[in-house]
Design a protein around this ligand. Structure first.
Ligand SMILES: NC(=O)c1ccc[n+]([C@@H]2O[C@H](COP(=O)([O-])OP(=O)(O)OC[C@H]3O[C@@H](n4cnc5c(N)ncnc54)[C@H](OP(=O)(O)O)[C@@H]3O)[C@@H](O)[C@H]2O)c1
Length: 390
């Protein structure tokens, strides 16, 4: 169909990727999948290729590429692999929108490729902006690429800012669910296990972001993401804990008006908005009943019990290599926690240890970002080993 939007979905086997494909499935006449990128879940990627018939797909490892190349080709799909494969997929000619839904800083280079080739980027991979927001946004301006947020908070803010004059903005208010441990003391949090931390009260998401929500690092990363995405100073970004996850975020204006975006906690809503903007799709999602909800509560965050949120704000203020180091140390610590090598409380101790050890340095190029990311991962490995033994 001539006016179909042609999509590449990086991270199609993940939570955001699978939700994106649900929207594509419901709106086949609007969207055509040209490329899909997974990493280790070859079985699911193959299933997706059979269903959506993209021309290209990409896996992380060369061994999987060699094993499965022929099977993908029999389906009319050219298989790529590794970092170069993702970059190629992100920059394919004739593609309108790249959904960037890989997890972690690994998403940076493919996201940048999409931006450099002037695509519209539906951005879920917040880590790209956390580690290199200044580079990615400058590149988007240079190449005329549009970056549309998928993160529900940023999608809410994007919708609240619609048609408003930038100089009338007073502050952004990011809402946070508080995660599963909002009521727990810091000591009690030390005792929680992986399964408890993976039980988010309102959202169903991938493992890494679910743990980040439990530590509230996720909100810290979102502050940095918002700082770059909306080009606002960090002291104009506030966080409020809103346990019901119905108000997805708000914007306060100079006249005292506050605009909020509400909806059920379903990622298909912000994903669909990023795919269809400036239009809206008629989605088959649960409608919220305000009378049933009856009460919407808002509380100040507790930086003492959630020190990673404080570190997130600090990294956003300081900039340079600080967010890169924070993000890399956090990725390593969360992976170690998920492998059950360290406890929940050790996540922030590892991150704090690494961030304290590395001195500030400006980080103006991708090479510098990669350098500091590598150093932080080495230091995090050491810190994890110490925790493991202790
Ligand atoms: N889930 C949500 O509701 C949500 C909400 C807001 C923002 N986000 C953001 O969206 C991004 C994705 O989150 P998610 O929850 O969808 O994560 P997820 O379920 O863990 O999925 C991650 C995706 O990335 C792929 N991947 C993992 N490591 C990779 C690597 N080194 N190179 C290339 N691909 C790799 C995975 O492939 P395999 O599974 O095949 O290994 C999978 O397709 C994150 O940045 C997250 O912060 C998510």
């Amino acid at each position: 169909m001539a006016d179909q939007k042609r999509l590449v979905i990086l991270g199609s086997t993940g939570s955001i990727g699978r939700n994106t494909l649900k929207i594509v499935e419901a709106y086949k006449e609007r969207y055509q999948v040209v490329g899909l990128g997974g990493a280790r879940n070859v079985e699911l990627l193959l299933e997706q290729v059979k269903r959506f018939r993209p021309q290209y797909s990409c896996l992380l490892y060369e061994e999987d590429y060699s094993t499965f190349k022929d099977e993908f080709e029999r389906l009319g799909c050219q298989l790529l692999w590794g970092k170069d494969g993702y970059r190629r997929l992100a920059a394919l000619d004739g593609v309108d929108t790249v959904v960037s839904a890989m997890v972690g800083a690994a998403g940076l280079l493919p996201t940048l490729s999409a931006v450099e080739s002037g695509k519209c980027v539906a951005l879920a991979n917040k880590e790209s902006l956390v580690v290199a927001g200044h580079i990615v946004m400058a590149s988007a301006r240079k190449h005329g690429a549009k970056i549309l947020p998928v993160d529900s908070e940023h999608s809410a803010i994007f919708q609240c800012l619609n048609g408003e004059k930038r100089e009338t903005l007073r502050c952004l208010i990011l809402t946070a669910s508080g995660g599963p441990f909002w009521e727990l003391s810091k000591e009690a949090m030390d005792e929680v296990g992986v399964d408890d931390a993976l039980r988010h009260p309102n959202w169903s998401m991938g493992a890494k972001i679910t743990i980040d929500s439990a530590t509230m690092m996720n909100k810290g990363l979102e502050v940095i993401e918002a700082r770059w995405l909306f080009d606002v100073e960090v002291d104009k970004i506030k966080v409020l804990v809103h346990r019901q996850s119905i108000v997805h975020s708000m914007v306060e204006f100079v006249d005292g008006a506050i605009m909020a975006q509400l909806g059920s906690p379903d990622m298909r809503i912000p994903i669909a908005y990023a795919l269809s903007w400036p239009e809206r799709l008629d989605l088959d999602v649960e409608r919220i009943s305000l009378t049933k909800i009856a009460e919407l509560t808002f509380e100040e965050p507790d930086f003492g019990r959630f020190p990673l949120l404080a570190l997130g704000f600090e990294a956003a203020q300081r900039g340079g290599n600080v967010p890169v180091v924070l993000n890399a140390a956090n990725e390593m610590a969360v992976e170690a926690f998920l492998r059950r090598e360290i406890g929940f409380g050790a996540i922030w101790r590892v991150v704090e240890m690494v961030t304290k050890r590395i001195e500030f340095s400006p980080c103006d190029s991708i090479e510098e970002v990669q350098y500091w990311d590598g150093i932080a991962r080495l230091y995090a490995e050491e810190a994890i080993r110490k925790e493991d033994k202790g």
